[in-house]
Design a protein around this ligand. Structure first.
Ligand code: CU
Length: 238
């Protein structure tokens, strides 16, 4: 890969979750100056699943992620390919990156680490109040918690059961039926949800049910009416 730093600042690019040589991993000590190109190479040895990359420069990670550096990597392998899972991007297979932001007057991102590591506006794929149309069938959602500090207690607005099929290490041995799943910053899961019994034009919200979590849960909200108490992460209209 050729990674060119087109920022005006030094950065690094870290391949989150990959089993690779340290020298290829873009950690905080592997600084890349503005205008330079870094060409890491490695064999992908990970299981099929959801991974991601993000800047990892000491004391600048929060700032650079807030401004949008980073993204998903989907790893495929023959084991996953042999399974009858939805895998048509944007049709029955949807990547979702959950973050939040706090805004200054003038609609600029606030980036004070001590204050803003819990943003007060939830976002899905960089969008507030995101919505998407989905088919009336089993649907696959690939989810990254890209928050800086907030855990997410994820579930659906009607509390329906869904199935977790992967975690950070790839496919689970069997799907796990849940109504909530906790995802901490940097974690990924894939889930399957059945929309086949829903009415056409019905809507369903995927939410973070962060109210009522135990003290110490990062980003728990005591009050469901707080901005992120039961924040809608993404609304799914189908
Ligand atoms: Cu990371």
């Amino acid at each position: 890969m050729n990674v060119t730093n087109n920022l005006i600042n030094t950065t690094t690019v870290h391949w989150h979750g990959f089993h690779i040589p340290a020298v290829m991993d873009g950690g905080p000590h592997q600084k890349k100056a503005p205008g330079t190109t870094w060409s890491p190479y490695f064999q992908v040895k990970n299981n099929a699943g959801l991974y991601w990359y993000h800047p990892h420069l000491h004391e600048k990670t929060f700032d650079q992620i807030t401004m949008g550096a980073g993204g998903l990597i989907i790893v495929k392998d023959p084991i996953e390919t042999a399974l009858a899972l939805p895998r048509t991007y944007g049709i029955d297979d949807f990547p979702l990156v959950f973050t939040s932001r706090r805004f200054l007057s003038g609609n600029q991102f606030s980036k004070t680490i001590a204050l803003d590591n819990y943003g007060d506006y939830a976002m899905a794929n960089g969008t507030m109040n995101a919505q998407v149309n989905m088919p009336k069938q089993q649907v696959r959602l690939r989810i990254l918690n890209a928050e800086i500090q907030r855990g997410l207690n994820i579930g659906f607005s009607d509390n329906r059961t869904f199935y977790v099929i992967t975690n950070d290490g790839g496919l689970l041995n069997a799907p796990v039926a849940v109504t909530r799943v906790v995802l901490m910053p940097g974690e990924r899961i894939e889930l399957m949800v059945n929309l086949g019994n829903d009415a056409v034009d019905a809507s369903l919200d995927l939410k973070a049910f962060n109210s009522g979590q135990a003290f110490g849960f990062p980003g728990q909200e005591g009050n469901p009416t707080q901005p992120t108490g039961n924040a809608g992460l993404a609304s799914h209209h189908y």
